[in-house]
Write a protein that binds this ligand. Structure first.
Ligand code: FCB
Length: 458
């Protein structure tokens, strides 16, 4: 199904210095997992286990970005992107997470940064996009404090090498997903099913963020952010039970990861008491001022108390939640859906941003939408055009109402390895034929190119 064309000329005008970008990550695109001294990551190990990835695939080749990065930079240039958010693979730079640095791994990012700069595109590296070195995982991964310290040492190494040319830095991508899906439910690497005992992984990632900010500052970085995933939580009904369930979900997805960073405290005392280490001291490190607050937005969630309407272990955008959790997902009806089944609700992006401004006031740094996108099949992807058009309008509406937003990054440049979903979900502006690795720009790519040209012209 394609929808009616949306004219690139009809979008409202964004500020001249607005940062238009595209996002990807190392584990989903690079491939070349055993080349040039790269160590193993938790995703290499997880994907090799039977039954973990829905289509039985893995990311050993992915989109072969490691070898084809010049072609991908060419696509970015032709698109007119002002910035490219990619991630640095920790196990490529420090193969065991700790110990010797792999110069050949750093060389790759050096070449990539230079190619981007030569094309007039600002590099925006994310230091951690889920590919923890397996050697560190075997020592406890993010459940142990040491991993936060190792992460800061790695951040220092990357900043030392790239800091003379990179202006924009992101520390972590979506620590909420790593905590919930990786350590809580076991549906992502490292495949642990600890439920609420996964919480130390949240604290140690946040501590790693704070320590990495210090390391980046020591190299003179002046534009640092984090990319947290957020979305409005809608309660299933106004009943007390549903309200409580929705509040808890909101706390875990949104507040648990925003408030330590923005306010220097955890949103709930009881929860903070479950966390290891000198939490009050750590919060000072975690809450150092940031220059940008990155938000990855995909969809709102509707949540109620478990049990009612048989809504216990429902499928939650591809994720199965066990029935013993104190909240349960409910269908969001009345909106189109992506091929992934995610509801398309652009106005929830406005709602999210306005809520954040109301909640955090001037503690909220200027926001960048570090990811937003959708999975659809096909090269004539009118649905993706409609999705992006709707979300850009929703973003503009939030800006009109006073939220300071400085940039927007589409997820993703090319189709890629969508974690536990394998290659079945296609989020790219550019189609990848996985048999030949040929790239073919989709209709949405051409549409976005025209949007960016038009925005630059005004
Ligand atoms: C986000 C991840 C990103 C990608 C999109 C679809 O949660 O940060 O890597 O998989 O979802």
């Amino acid at each position: 199904m394609t929808t009616a064309p949306v004219s690139p000329l009809s979008l409202p005008r964004f500020p001249r210095d607005f940062l238009w970008g595209v996002s990807t990550s190392a584990a989903q695109t690079e491939g070349a997992v055993a080349e040039d001294g790269r160590g193993r990551s938790v995703w290499d190990v997880f994907a090799a286990e039977a039954g973990r990835i829905k289509d039985g695939s893995d990311a050993r080749v992915a989109t072969d970005h490691y070898h084809r990065y010049r072609e991908d930079v060419g696509l970015l240039k032709e698109l007119g992107a002002g910035a490219y958010r990619f991630s640095v693979a920790w196990p490529r730079v420090v193969p065991d997470g700790d110990g010797p640095v792999n110069a050949a791994g750093l060389d790759f990012y050096d070449r990539l940064v230079d190619a981007l700069l030569a094309a007039g595109i600002a590099p925006v590296p994310t230091l951690f996009h889920w590919d923890t070195p397996q050697a560190l995982e075997e020592r406890g991964g993010w459940l142990v404090r040491e991993t936060a310290e190792r992460f800061a040492a790695y951040a220092d190494v990357v900043a030392e090498r790239l800091g003379d040319r990179v202006e924009h830095w992101i520390t972590l991508n979506e620590p909420a997903e790593v905590t919930l899906l990786g350590y809580g439910l076991g549906q992502h690497a490292p495949g642990r099913q600890l439920l609420f005992e996964a919480l130390p992984a949240a604290h140690h990632q946040l501590l790693g963020h704070g320590l990495a900010v210090q390391a980046l500052r020591a190299h003179g970085a002046t534009n640092i952010g984090i990319a947290n995933s957020h979305g409005p939580t809608w309660r299933a009904s106004a009943s007390e039970a549903d309200t409580e369930a929705a509040d808890l979900y909101d706390l875990l997805l949104n507040r648990l990861f925003a408030e330590p960073v923005l306010l220097g405290r955890y949103p709930d005392e009881e929860l903070a008491a479950l966390l290891p280490g000198p939490v009050a001291e750590d919060l000072k490190v975690i809450s150092q001022p940031l220059d940008r607050y990155g938000i990855n937005y995909y969809q709102p969630t509707r949540v109620g108390a478990p049990g009612a309407d048989g809504a216990g272990a429902a499928d939650f955008g591809g994720i199965r939640l066990p029935p013993e959790l104190p909240f349960a997902p409910r269908e969001i009806e009345g909106y189109p859906r992506t091929d992934f089944g995610w509801p398309v609700v652009p106005q929830a992006l406005t709602e999210l941003l306005v809520t954040f401004r109301e909640r955090y006031g001037d503690r909220l740094p200027p926001v960048v939408i570090t990811e937003n996108g959708c999975s659809y099949e096909g090269i004539e992807d009118g649905e993706r055009i409609a999705f992006l058009d709707g979300h850009l309008r929703a973003l503009h509406a939030a800006m009109e109402s006073g939220v300071d937003v400085r940039g927007y990054f589409v997820w993703s440049l090319t189709d890629n390895f969508e974690w536990a979903e394998g290659y079945a979900r296609r989020f790219g502006l550019v189609h990848v034929d996985y048999a030949t690795l040929a790239r073919t720009p989709k209709a949405s790519y051409h549409w976005l190119r025209d949007v960016l040209r038009e925005q630059a012209r005004r």
